[in-house]
Design a protein. Structure first.
Length: 207
């Protein structure tokens, strides 16, 4: 494996972007981007802590659950989760955020980068309720970059083609947690069963 350690090496291998390509990057939410956000039920959020450790997490809800407050501001409602709070704690440390918006069936994605702050606001949390539950808090994103990403990733992966889909991956959080938290075979099985039952109930009643 030959390491690539400089920008010059990287550019020599992959080339430079066409000058017009850079023109697709806006510093605000333009009309097509706002329309895409209104259709998107799923986003991926990237954050980094003060040490540069990065995490990415998905957020999903009904189409348009992310509100375009104005052309430079987005509001993202927080829903019940696992309470690890990796991304939210990162935002408190650095405020840096990156978003990818996905619309099922659309091969292009929308990327937004900027800064974010967390707010507790009763009126906004009520207005952004879902499934009869108010938002827990609001992430306010100040947009720095907004642009569409081309369709090549989805075209290469055939991600939206049902004929390429495999059977759903069978996952047990119980087994994963039991391996690291229980001592003997009997207790591991008990933890496995309890956790999987709790997860199943959580999926039904805590969305």
């Amino acid at each position: 494996m030959k390491p690539i350690e400089t920008t010059q090496q990287l550019r020599a291998l992959l080339g430079k972007a066409h000058p017009l390509t850079k023109s697709k990057i806006y510093d605000h939410v333009f009309a097509e981007a706002a329309a895409f956000i209104a259709l998107s039920p799923l986003i991926f959020i990237a954050t980094a802590d003060a040490d540069g450790q990065i995490t990415v997490s998905p957020k999903g809800d009904g189409p348009g659950f992310v509100r375009v407050e104005d052309e430079r501001t987005l509001l993202i409602p927080e829903r019940p989760g696992n309470k690890l709070l990796h991304g939210l704690c990162n935002l408190l440390e650095t405020g840096q955020i990156g978003l990818i918006f996905v619309v099922p069936g659309s091969a292009e994605t929308l990327r937004i980068n900027g800064r974010a702050r967390l707010f507790q606001d009763a009126e906004t949390c009520t207005a952004m309720a879902a499934n009869g539950k108010e938002a827990l808090l609001i992430t306010q994103v100040s947009v720095r970059e907004c642009f569409f990403h081309c369709a090549k990733a989805f075209k290469r992966s055939h991600a939206w083609d049902p004929q390429t889909w495999t059977a759903p991956f069978k996952l047990s959080f119980g087994k994963q947690i039991a391996r690291q938290s229980a001592g003997n075979k009997i207790s591991r099985k008990a933890v496995e069963i309890a956790v999987d039952q709790a997860v199943s109930l959580d999926y039904k009643k805590n969305l």
